[in-house]
Design a protein around this ligand. Sequence first.
Ligand SMILES: *Cc1c(COP(=O)(O)O)cnc(C)c1O
Length: 428
Amino acid sequence: MTQEKIQLNSQHFIDLEDKHGAHNYHPLPVVLAKGEGVFLWDVEGKKYYDFLSAYSAVNQGHCHPRIVGKMKEQAETLTLTSRAFHNNQLGVYEKYVTEYFGFDKVLPMNTGAEAVETAIKICRKWGYEKKGIEPNEAIVLVCGQNFHGRTTTIISFSSDPDAKGNFGPYTPGFVAVEYNNLDALLEALNEYGDRVAGFLVEPIQGEAGVYVPDTDFIPKAAELCKERNVLFIADEIQTGIARTGGLLAICGDCTCEGHCERQENFTTPDILILGKALSGGAYPVSAVLANNHIMNVIKPGQHGSTFGGNPVACAVAMEALEVVRDENLAQNARNLGNLFRSELQELVEKSDLVSLVRGRGLLNAIVINDTPESSTAWNICVALKENGLLAKPTHGNIIRFAPPLVMNEEQLLDCVRIIKETIYNFKK
Ligand SMILES: *Cc1c(COP(=O)(O)O)cnc(C)c1O
């Protein structure tokens, strides 16, 4: 096959993945070759609106020129030293990111799962050394239907049979409580008492299908944790960095975009976990943030990563966070999110196919009126693709809608039109 032919044929690339790659994903049948801002192009040259943003990693839009520019510049200068030596980017980034989010210290990692693992290790160590939990007795409370990544320990406390099945034996020391249920949390805190080191929670459950908890769940849960000397650990890997209309989802309705002096309604987690959009999707960058009395339990040799805090990651993350501020992405997500949900409410009222629209900022989902086992949501996503918009079902009958936050109102309304036309014309 000539090079030209290969470039024109989606099926060719799908076949290559099928034959040579592990089948650990089930992608929509589209082969992407280029991205810019809110748009993607497939190998045949068809243009799409991206309505997933790589699971909220590409909040700043595809190939943002400022982020890519910094990445190129740093890649040509110094890429990796390991932490065996200092480098001239790490400290500058650490100062920047800790001031940006209001913590004493950061521990840099690469992927989200690594950052969650790191947070769990810090939490357990704090439990033994600061709280005085008996050796190997520490409990970390988690939520039902959680998603925190794919490592052996993390899937040990997943409630998804696919994520968990036949990967045992599982890591002990985790207890799941129902999400958005303060009584269940209180009960677990009472039952496990002084053994509880931390409570790990997503402020909005993204993978589970964009479950937005009651407005008092997060602040009250944090309060309960504080009363019991339990670390409140917020996994904002998907919800953070402007996605839900504030700098973080735990900011609630605060509109300061991280500039405010922690108002009363602001929940400050003891440990904050970030990933995904921390690099604008250009590079794997994750981070764990905490204050000194927690972070200082980690001493030299006790945790690390060859690539964590590398110069390219540091340069990219600083620029990605600058872009979030300079382009008012949180405010844009808030405004467009309100418009999007009010526009899509029409579908709930007029179409038998859509039973619910929910979300916050530009992290939204519609629930398709069919069973999770049905292929209806998948087929709607295939139809959306044909009509120039890329989205993906989660948990069978839920479709997540999360475009890059650099979208403008005209583009959003164009997407609303595509979604409405697709649903109204959809035949099961
Ligand atoms: C994506 C995600 C993770 C895992 O991040 P990876 O980079 O895929 O390891 C963890 N927690 C949440 C809430 C996520 O959305």
